[in-house]
Design a protein around this ligand. Structure first.
Ligand code: ADP
Length: 173
């Protein structure tokens, strides 16, 4: 597996799968979620609504992932995952790791060879960037997956630097 870091906008990625840091309603929100639905057009939201009605009446649980069309985006599919809200009182790291593992499992089911991830939970859900980067890098490196290329698409220089440090700390594969 090859891991690449890019500073940029995930909606512009030409790759099989882009991962959305969604919320459990699957009905859109701010941050990456808002950008994906704006740029991807209404087909994504329509499929999310259908999924919600058929399978996730109470919402998609935290740590889980589900795939839809990518609508007008250059990617082929969007995999929506629900990150945990950061809590200083409770260790929710396993749920954040689960977002990466479950997204890769769905990507494998779709037959994807490349997956682009944002830094899940580090925006509205307030997860500290360095810790989120360590969990993201450690989890994808340990994942049993056929996905050959992982791209972390980081919006800010601050996020990019945190992922660079996490990759360096993890050492060579
Ligand atoms: P969460 O609710 O999981 O925290 P957010 O969408 O608020 O999700 O933020 C997750 C991360 O994605 C943040 O680091 C944010 O800066 C970043 N982000 C926001 N928009 C984009 C985008 N278009 N492409 C890539 N990353 C983005």
């Amino acid at each position: 597996m090859e891991i690449k870091l890019i500073q940029g906008d995930i909606t512009e990625q030409e790759i099989d799968v882009i991962v959305n840091a969604a919320n459990s309603s699957l009905l859109g929100g701010g941050g990456v979620d808002g950008a994906i639905h704006r740029r991807g057009g209404p087909a994504i939201l329509e499929e999310c609504r259908r999924l919600r009605a058929s399978h996730y009446g109470r919402g998609l649980p935290t740590g889980r992932a589900v795939g839809t069309t990518a609508g007008d985006l250059p990617a082929r599919w969007v995999v929506h995952t629900v990150g945990p809200v950061f809590s200083p009182a409770e260790d929710r790291s396993e749920l954040l790791a689960s977002c990466y593992r479950e997204s890769l499992r769905v990507a494998d089911e779709l037959g994807a060879s490349g997956v682009a991830f944002p830094a899940v939970s580090t925006g509205i859900y307030r997860w500290p960037m360095d810790d989120a980067a360590r969990i993201a890098v450690g989890t994808v490196r340990a994942a049993a997956t056929r996905v050959a290329e992982i791209r972390f698409v980081l919006f800010s220089a601050h996020a990019y630097a945190a992922f660079e440090r996490a990759l360096a700390e993890a050492g060579s594969p």
